[in-house]
Design a protein around this ligand. Structure first.
Ligand SMILES: [Zn+2]
Length: 201
């Protein structure tokens, strides 16, 4: 039994490569080295790393909401080269926003029985938040290193972090060094509460 599991959500060419169908922007690319070091840290410790990968059918209904992206088997649905999964990593396809949709993630996690599930990836307000909600519904404790998740705009990002903290009891932590201007690693002390108030009024 491992005490923690890392989920890496949608670090795919279509979201993180400049030529991708739904490129999330240069800001989102800043999470790549942070996730790389988290993956290495978990792998060294022998803790499971699970990559969740959008893998749509060519005429998926989701394309009524978003332009076609991450079609199963295409370049866009491949994990970016910087985060190429190692031998021990697991790759699980998903077909909707939540990491639990259309796969066996639920059984996989039940078999591992982690005390904490760490989340990383894109977008904070869509796939990360929906996955966090479905983890909470299954009584898992969620941990979110705030520098390891990204959105296309900071308002959505901040709102999603605040909602996941308040509604799902997610623990927000910082993992980057002082150069990031967030202070020491540990409990997150950002302006999330203020931002939530702002967004809700
Ligand atoms: Zn999708």
């Amino acid at each position: 039994m491992s005490s923690r599991v890392l989920l890496v959500i949608d670090l795919l060419n279509d979201f993180l490569d400049r030529k991708g169908a739904l490129y999330c922007g240069a800001g989102a690319r800043k999470i790549i080295p942070v996730i790389r070091s988290l993956v290495d840290d978990f792998t060294r410790a022998g803790d499971p790393v699970i990559y969740l990968r959008d893998a749509h059918a060519p005429r998926d209904k989701e394309f009524e909401l978003f332009p076609p992206h991450a079609v199963k088997g295409s370049w866009g649905s491949e994990i970016i080269p910087e985060l190429e999964p190692g031998e021990t990593a697991l790759v699980v396809d998903k077909t909707r926003f939540s990491g639990f949709f259309g796969n066996n993630l639920s059984e996989l996690l039940a078999g591992i029985g982690p005390e904490e599930v760490w989340l990383s990836g894109v977008l904070t307000s869509i796939c990360v938040m929906d996955t966090a909600g479905d983890l909470r519904n299954r009584d898992y404790s969620v941990v979110i290193p705030v520098e390891a998740v990204a959105d296309i705009d900071s308002r959505s990002h901040q709102f999603a972090l605040a909602r996941m903290e308040k509604v799902y009891g997610a623990r927000l932590i910082t993992v980057a060094g002082p150069a990031e201007g967030r202070g020491k690693a540990g409990a997150h002390k950002g302006s999330v509460d203020e931002t939530l108030g702002e967004v809700l009024t």
